[in-house]
Design a protein around this ligand. Structure first.
Ligand code: G3P
Length: 211
């Protein structure tokens, strides 16, 4: 079953969408947390209360060395929630992922901009890969194409790794990666809203009400 995440630390929006969608959990990154003005230790218990005990949280390490990334991952993984550690899929990040997986720490390789980069992270044992669809598009690339290549590589090599595409600016990008059969997706609030907010829907419902 597809894992649906919200790419936000906005607790009101998470509560809102949890009412009407099967939200698996929340993904954050350092920018999202910085913009929310609320720290991880404050926001996690609130999100866990909203989403319940099955909720999964993807939280990124900010350390700059392999050793410190692994230490930070251990601390995050020890929190009393279902935690997945986001690690940028750089050269150092891949080294850290190998060490984390040797300790069975759940890992998402993030900041994936190419299929080959993501594939290497999967080979290192990452449980999830987060290609940045819109950021790739914005650089003149093909974000959906990268996801398609990655899904094909994972299937061909029978790697037990889920693609969790991130960075969306419109519903078409989200629809296109969902059509590829990805195992997960994380949507920003505005795109999640647009998914069921077609402008013709409410007028149709209003007309039914009047009739
Ligand atoms: O965590 C990655 C994702 O949040 C990036 O989204 O909109 O900043 O490209 P965006």
């Amino acid at each position: 079953m597809l894992e649906l995440y919200l790419d936000t630390a906005d607790v009101e929006q998470v509560a809102r969408f949890n009412e009407c969608l099967p939200v698996k959990g929340v993904t954050t990154n350092p920018s999202i947390l910085a913009n929310s003005g609320i720290g991880l230790n404050q926001v996690l218990p609130v999100l866990a209360k909203i989403l319940g005990s099955d909720a999964r949280f993807h939280v990124q390490v900010v350390s700059q060395t392999v050793e410190n990334m692994v230490k930070e991952a251990r601390q995050i993984a020890a929190l009393p929630y279902d935690m997945v550690i986001k690690v940028p899929a750089t050269e150092l990040g891949l080294a850290a992922i190998k060490l984390m997986k040797a300790e069975a720490i759940p890992v998402l390789a993030t900041a994936v901009y190419s299929a080959h980069q993501g594939f290497l992270a999967a080979l290192c044992g990452a449980d999830y890969l987060a290609p940045y669809v819109n950021r790739i598009d914005a650089m003149g690339g093909d974000g959906v194409g990268v996801v398609a290549d990655l899904q094909l590589l994972l299937d061909r090599h029978r790697l037990a790794c889920k693609i969790l595409p991130a960075s969306f600016k419109n519903t078409q990008q989200a629809l296109d990666v969902l059509k590829l059969g990805v195992g997960a997706i994380t949507l920003p609030v505005d795109v999640a809203e647009q998914m069921f907010g077609h402008p013709a829907v409410q007028p149709a419902v209003d007309q039914f009400t009047r009739d």
